[in-house]
Design a protein around this ligand. Structure first.
Ligand SMILES: C[S@@+](CC[C@H](N)C(=O)[O-])C[C@H]1O[C@@H](n2cnc3c(N)ncnc32)[C@H](O)[C@@H]1O
Length: 184
């Protein structure tokens, strides 16, 4: 019950950010998108409506169930896939995705360096990561976060802050970067 209430609050409160990261990533209809920690699935649905395929990875069975319900038609169509896994260990093939999106979950990964290394592993060279997280929960500065992402094998790292609409919304730290090409 508490999980369902929390999911409903997240779905409503974070919808603008979830949609925004899909827009920032410029998801195209021939691309595969990995959504880390989709929670109630708002961003997973937005990605699935734009991409050839969207894969949601979350360790919580409750959240996966709610995501699956929100994306039921896209799951039936085979566009959205849902996996019980983590950012640190997605279980996906090397270089199998074009875009990775993470909204409000980097601060709860057990190991950020492992998470960013895993994202670099599964992204194709030139693939993009777009991240957003509540600034108040991030244990490092956005510049430190950018440096962690660079260390994991990304280039063109940009970070900024954004105030989402809504009275209860709080400032987000956001970042985008590109996975280095093999010889870059
Ligand atoms: C605060 S919710 C955010 C959900 C959604 N992205 C949003 O902003 O509304 C965090 C989500 O990350 C998931 N999560 C927790 N640990 C994770 C990990 N190591 N890797 C990926 N997702 C994780 C949680 O189960 C939950 O669904």
């Amino acid at each position: 019950m508490l999980g369902r209430i929390g999911a409903a609050l997240m779905a409503r409160g974070n919808a603008a950010v979830e949609q925004q990261v899909v827009d920032i990533a410029g998801v195209r209809d021939d691309e595969t998108v990995l959504v880390l920690g989709p929670g109630p699935g708002v961003g997973l649905r937005a990605a699935g409506e734009r991409a050839a395929a969207a894969i949601g990875v979350d360790p919580s069975e409750d959240m996966l169930r709610i995501s699956a319900r929100r994306c039921a038609d896209l799951v039936r169509a085979g566009t959205v896939r849902i996996r019980k896994a983590t950012a640190e260990q997605t279980g996906l093939e090397d270089e199998s995705v074009d875009v990775a999106l993470t909204v409000n979950n980097v601060h709860i990964w057990s190991d950020r360096a492992a998470g960013f290394a895993e994202i670099a592993r599964v992204l194709r060279p030139g693939g993009r990561i777009v991240l957003s997280v509540h600034q108040k929960f991030l244990p490092v500065t956005r510049h430190q976060l950018a440096s962690e992402v660079e260390t994991a094998g990304f280039t063109d790292v940009q970070s900024w802050t954004w105030d989402p609409p809504g009275v209860l919304a709080t400032r987000a730290v956001q970042l985008r970067a590109v996975k280095k090409a093999v010889n870059a």
